[in-house]
Design a protein around this ligand. Structure first.
Ligand SMILES: Cc1cc2nc3c(=O)[nH]c(=O)nc-3n(C[C@H](O)[C@H](O)[C@H](O)COP(=O)(O)OP(=O)(O)OC[C@H]3O[C@@H](n4cnc5c(N)ncnc54)[C@H](O)[C@@H]3O)c2cc1C
Ligand code: SF4
Length: 811
């Protein structure tokens, strides 16, 4: 019979136990997993990139429902375990008890809250989980936040909020930041970098009281009388192992739950892993040792030989632009000597601490590329006697080999640790590569290198390059163009995360290698900026393709086509007369009805464009945007007005949708249609967004195409009212605008994010839907306007033929 295993806590440590266990022996246990948080396992250390906007929560989920289901793990998420009865071998959850043969406690830590007066006020939070992160993400440019604690967590919280324009002050009791990991010089450089990001830092500042108003935090009072006003106060001053359950159950505890080398507690059937444990007098706060513990616990549960050993740890800070590395012991002391290197112009500082010809500590700021190599020397206790003179310059300078930038990685021995979080050495990666892993994803899958905080991704790629040489395939994600190594996705994330609101800011802050971009990247960057910052960013016509610059489609003979908008495909005799008159007046050779139910005047001379637009404007006709990466047409059938099969007013809905969406820019062209019944005369099911009316309401489907690719739409949802249908269409359009890669049609975007994701964002999460609609409306408050009228008024001169300019210049 299978043994019953109960696991308390779905955190980073227990996630690994379950992985090892179910990989090695899928049928050994019936597993039940409790978690107080209402969700399964996610990569907690990536909450900081979520906070700064560089990642989404969905991207940091490590085990989803399907994963647990495939391994037969019964999940009791959102249920706190209240008691362990060791005598009966039963765990009592909030919703009922369950017996166990073996138990794993993985309850992590509790954030420590300084018991200052006012610490219970509303708006005083810690930084530990998704809820804390979401509260911080709720802050914006009009808010002030105080963070108590200038350590790793406090600074990541501060930088994450500062990236959203929040006014953040960090209050730290010590004389320099991250004093446990950095010396004073590196702490100073870090402070400068953070201040450059707009963060205020108060050092040697002692908090006295948290002041409130109506039960909510108002300010932090320091003991020198300074009052720091705030809408939110984040305490990031340390953690305490969460031992309450174990203590109550009578297990041996000290600072944490006592465990032996096999992660067994004082009860042989009860194991503990993660931040809740104390091993050999030590407690833990970084994931690398927890992953080692998890592996040992899984092996011990399967009665295999394994023992946990503590190792030296290294630290990195996940704040973009603050490159620091620290490892080992860097305190000054008798018999110790320092080697220091500074480059003030680049803001680089490196310090190595040597004792008896061995490297015992390393602190680096600004250039941390050699961190792994130094860390290896510290862990291995390698004698540095022979390389003392050149040691500070790193591995590339040992043995006179200086030129090749990859030589540093090539010089690393197999035991050199590449991925600190998962404890993966170069040798393991090389082994995986030799066994067939020929790209980053394959190495990640095989070894877990770069699968946690991701800071070693570059190094892993270098190992791939060194090992495979010319056979190394570049990562599948391609850079936008030759001006940058960043992908479209990176740039979109960073524009939002770093609040870059101009092209100049993108070129400078994202390190473009050209002064002003190129014809490939400029249209994309222009689009991303105007979507993300509609109020702040000024559209740049010079970054648009000729059709969008001219507001007309250029034809193969150099003339243009003019397509006035006909809302929902409906027109009037007056409009038709104005079109006919314009066709006569400007000698338009071809007048054609388009597939989208519009009239196309083909063959208009460039210099006539402002005049023909002006004439059409006088009859109330505006641009049909038949040239734009934006809303093109909403095609409709006659619906209930005229058709005996019609179930709803499809024409009316089409007109409403077109009036709401017109003028909006999207990653690629956007075509809609509304049919009055499933006979589908408007061909709604091959449009980007299609609505098919039925007796009970409106079926909305998305992702159709009828061009190079032909695709039928997929059903997004059915809603009962016209208002809701309109809301859904606006929300899905905005989601596509915000997430789509420039020049990806909606179906391509859908293929990447998946229908489930779109439904969750747009259909199920009502708050999110409303927020998408609000952001769409905000953008439309600027872009819902007729470019023809504007050009007639302000830019008519620019349409005059080049010959005239030449003449003017000559005169
Ligand atoms: C913002 C942030 C950034 C970090 N960055 C880094 C980093 O860059 N590098 C690094 O190495 N480490 C980092 N850490 C630390 C790292 O996340 C932790 O070391 C790790 O998550 C601890 O894992 P764990 O499994 O012990 O606990 P956790 O991941 O905290 O999981 C414990 C789980 O147990 C649940 N639980 C507790 N009590 C009960 C109960 N009675 N019943 C049911 N469930 C219960 C909790 O709800 C929680 O979900 C960071 C932490 C945070 C918060
Ligand atoms: S789709 Fe239905 S309602 Fe619309 S015209 Fe065709 S048959 Fe009539």
């Amino acid at each position: 019979m299978k043994q019953r295993l109960v696991v308390i806590g779905a955190g980073m440590a227990s996630g690994r136990v379950l992985e090892h266990l179910t990989d090695a022996a899928p049928d050994a246990f019936d597993i039940t997993l409790f978690n107080a948080e209402p969700r399964g396992n996610y990569n907690r250390i990536m909450l900081s990139p979520v906070l700064s906007g560089e990642k989404t929560y969905e991207e940091i989920v490590t085990h989803d429902d399907a994963w647990y289901a495939a391994r037969g793990i019964a999940c009791r998420f959102g249920e706190k375990v209240e008691k362990i009865d060791r005598e009966m071998k039963v765990v009592e959850g909030a919703n009922g008890h369950i017996p166990y043969d073996k138990l794993v406690i993985a309850t992590g830590s509790n954030p420590f809250m300084i018991p200052l007066p006012g610490h219970n006020l509303d708006g005083v939070i810690a930084y530990r989980d998704l809820e804390d992160t979401q509260q911080m993400m709720g802050m914006g440019p009009n808010n002030k936040v105080v963070v108590i604690g200038g350590g790793l967590l406090g600074l990541e919280a501060a930088a994450g909020m500062a990236a959203h324009g929040v006014d953040v002050t960090v209050v730290h009791i010590m004389g320099h930041l991250m004093e446990r990991q950095l010396d004073e010089a590196a702490g100073y450089l870090l402070k400068k970098s953070l201040e450059d990001k707009g963060i205020k830092i108060c050092l040697q500042a002692n908090s006295k009281e948290i002041l409130g108003e109506d039960g909510k935090v108002r300010a932090l009072l320091l003991d020198d009388g300074t009052e720091l006003p705030c809408d939110l106060l984040v305490m990031a001053v340390g953690i305490r192992p969460n031992t309450a359950l174990a203590q109550e159950a009578g297990l041996a505890t000290g600072r944490g739950i006592h465990v032996d080398d096999q992660m067994v507690t004082s009860d042989p059937d009860v194991f503990a892993v993660g931040e809740c444990v104390e091993h050999d007098g030590e407690v833990f706060g970084l994931v690398a040792p927890l992953y080692d513990q998890a592996k040992v616990a899984a092996q011990a549960l399967l009665e295999e030989d394994a023992a946990f050993m503590q190792k030296t740890l290294s630290t990195k800070l996940k704040v973009t632009g603050c490159d620091l590395f620290s490892a080992g012991d860097f305190a000054e002391g008798p018999g110790r000597e320092d080697i220091v290197f500074r480059d003030p112009s680049r803001g680089v500082y490196k310090r190595l601490v040597i004792e008896e010809d061995r490297l015992v500590g390393a602190v680096m700021y600004g250039d941390t590329a050699d961190g792994s190599w130094f860390f290896g020397l510290i862990k291995d206790g390698t004698s540095i006697e022979e390389m003392r003179e050149t040691l500070i310059f790193g591995p590339a300078y040992q043995g006179g080999d200086t030129a090749d930038p990859l030589s540093a990685v090539a010089a690393l021995p197999p035991e050199a640790e590449i991925c600190g979080c998962n404890g993966v050495c170069k040798g393991e990666i090389v082994e995986a590569i030799n066994a067939g892993a020929d790209d980053l994803d394959a190495v990640r899958a095989g070894t877990k290198a770069s699968a946690s905080c991701g800071t070693c991704t570059g190094l892993v790629e270098q190992v791939l390059q060194v090992t495979l040489g010319d056979d190394f395939q570049m990562p599948t994600a391609q850079p936008i163009c030759g001006c940058t190594d960043l992908t479209h996705e990176d740039v979109r994330r960073l524009i939002k995360g770093q609040e870059l609101k101009s092209q100049a800011a993108v070129w400078q802050d994202l390190g473009w290698t050209t002064p002003n971009g190129c014809h490939v990247c400029r249209p994309a960057i222009n689009y991303y900026l105007l979507t993300d910052w509609p109020l702040e960013y000024q559209d740049d016509p010079q970054s648009r393709f000729v059709n969008e610059r001219k507001h007309a489609n250029i034809q193969k003979d150099g003339t243009f086509s003019v397509v006035p908008r006909m809302w929902g495909g409906i027109t009037t005799p007056d409009e038709l007369r104005a079109i006919a008159n314009a066709a006569d007046k400007y000698d338009v050779p071809t007048v054609k009805v388009t597939g989208g139910q519009r009239i196309d005047l083909l063959g208009v001379k460039g210099e006539d464009l402002p005049a023909i637009w002006s004439d059409l404007n006088k009859a109330g006709l505006v641009s049909g945007h038949a040239y734009s990466k934006g809303l093109r047409t909403v095609k409709t059938c006659v619906g209930t007005d005229h058709c005996r099969f019609g179930t709803q007013d499809s024409t009316g809905l089409g007109i409403k949708l077109e009036k709401i969406l017109w003028g909006s820019w999207t990653p690629h062209k956007l075509k809609l249609a509304v049919s009055g019944c499933p006979r589908n005369c408007a061909e709604a099911t091959c449009k980007d967004i299609g609505v098919v009316c039925v007796d009970s309401g409106y079926q909305i489907s998305i992702g159709g195409a009828a061009g190079m690719d032909v695709k039928e739409t997929e059903l997004l949802c059915q809603v009962p009212t016209e208002d809701e249908a309109i809301e859904i269409v606006m929300a899905v359009t905005q989601a596509y605008r915000e997430g789509g890669k420039y020049l990806d049609r909606l179906y391509k975007w859908l293929g990447k994010v998946g229908m489930g994701w779109v439904q969750a964002q747009v259909v199920e999460d009502l708050e999110n839907r409303a927020a998408l609609v609000a952001r769409f409306e905000l953008s439309q408050s600027i872009y819902r306007k007729d470019p023809w009228a504007e050009h007639v008024k302000e830019k008519a001169r620019t349409y005059a033929p080049i010959a005239d300019f030449t003449l003017e210049a000559a005169e």
